[in-house]
Design a protein around this ligand. Sequence first.
Ligand SMILES: Nc1ncnc2c1ncn2[C@@H]1O[C@H](COP(=O)(O)OP(=O)(O)OP(=O)(O)O)[C@@H](O)[C@H]1O
Ligand SMILES: [Mg+2]
Length: 309
Amino acid sequence: MIEMEHVTKRFAKDAAPAVDDLSLEIPEGVTVALVGPSGCGKTTTMRMINRLIEPTEGRITVNGDDVRAVDPVIFRRHIGYVIQQVGLFSHMTIAQNIGAVPKLLGWSADKIRARNEELIALVGLDQAMLTRYPRQLSGGQRQRVGVARALAADPPVLLMDEPFGAIDPIARTRLQNEFRQILQRVKKTVVMVTHDIDEAVRMGDRIAIMRSGKIVQYDTPDEILSRPVDAFVEDFVGADRALKRLSLYEVSQVMQPAVDATATAKIALDADLRNALSAMIAANTDRLAVVNAAGTPVGSVTRDAITAL
Ligand SMILES: Nc1ncnc2c1ncn2[C@@H]1O[C@H](COP(=O)(O)OP(=O)(O)OP(=O)(O)O)[C@@H](O)[C@H]1O
Ligand SMILES: [Mg+2]
């Protein structure tokens, strides 16, 4: 787990602190999304965890070890890091990029090759990509390589700064979903910075909302969306927070098992409730037939069941 205790960062003596007496506890295996407006201190908070920035005051521990007590260069090899704008080494092939940290750790060439092949498949890219250079990849492909590289040495902690920032909205949603699936397979403690509340809701087990170097609310997405602590958070999460909250639930969670033969429109069992409501509005109806992956009706969902939630 990562623990930050009363951490303050002042870049200049007389300047307002970039991070101001911040305390945050991140349990093992949990993904935390740090969100907030530009300049609120997200990147600074993240970079203090792997000591790319030294705190002015306060204490940070990773798995009980004070980060100041360990050699920062060695320490960083055990923390995966995806930076804003990916930052692949342009003069190195994709294989060399992904294998950079394992090489520093002294892995054998065979072991690195096998790991590269495993990771490139994990992030959904073709093996042929391994011999290419970053400029020969699309932005989305480079972003996947960035994730693969961060995972290479199987670090328990992953820090990701706007990891999907450079991708168009459709590819972005797909990559977010894929990354969530990857995280279900490889248990990691993840700190992800984003300024996009939708990304935070989709990716985070917990969300920390920051403002002027402080955390104003640290809660599950459901809590943040249903009970914002103040007007700032309420404004930040957006007027559509009730709809956003629906995207956290699946149709299967409010489905009634009785198949409704009169329902004219249908929805997949694993669709989210926001899409279910949208389908109802589009079809001008207040109930949908729920179908499984094979297209067989397995139940029904009503507008009342959704609004009751
Ligand atoms: N090296 C530095 N020297 C001086 N001030 C800095 C330095 N790095 C960051 N700051 C200041 O600290 C504050 C927080 O910056 P930070 O990069 O953490 O913001 P952020 O929340 O990540 O913003 P963004 O969403 O734009 O990336 C800003 O006011 C910034 O100008
Ligand atoms: Mg930043």
